[in-house]
Design a protein around this ligand. Structure first.
Ligand code: SF4
Ligand code: SF4
Length: 112
């Protein structure tokens, strides 16, 4: 469970690292949901943070497995034509965004 401010920090990083590279970004987005574009980045942010925290890997495979098992398997968007969403093909960037925030926290904690 994450506080609203913790999730906000992850979302800001997602916007910078993922959304800025998204070719499906609707005009005027993000946020994309109000524009009719449903994307895992906005739908499942806390679950993305969870599966990244479930274990570090230098390979993308374990993260992709967790995405599909922990998120996509329960995603209400999975049966629509909007699936797969950008989270699927920008997964590397999404993982990097979460890890960037975590590394920043570790660096801050080490300074104290
Ligand atoms: S569709 Fe997803 S990845 Fe693309 S800009 Fe919107 S929230 Fe970001
Ligand atoms: S790839 Fe499909 S099932 Fe997975 S989060 Fe995106 S829309 Fe949902």
């Amino acid at each position: 469970m994450y506080s609203a401010s913790e999730l906000d920090e992850y979302l800001v990083e997602m916007r910078e690292q993922v959304c800025s590279n998204c070719i499906e970004r609707p005009a005027g987005g993000p946020p994309c949901a109000p524009l009719g574009k449903r994307c895992g980045i906005e739908l499942h942010l806390s679950k993305i943070v969870d599966f990244v925290h479930a274990g570090h890997s230098t390979l993308i495979g374990p993260y992709a497995d967790r995405l599909h098992n922990d998120v996509c398997a329960h995603c209400p968007n999975s049966t629509t034509r909007q699936c797969p969403c950008p989270l699927d093909y920008l997964l590397v960037l999404a993982v990097q965004a979460v890890e960037s925030v975590d590394e920043r926290h570790k660096a801050t904690a080490a300074e104290v």
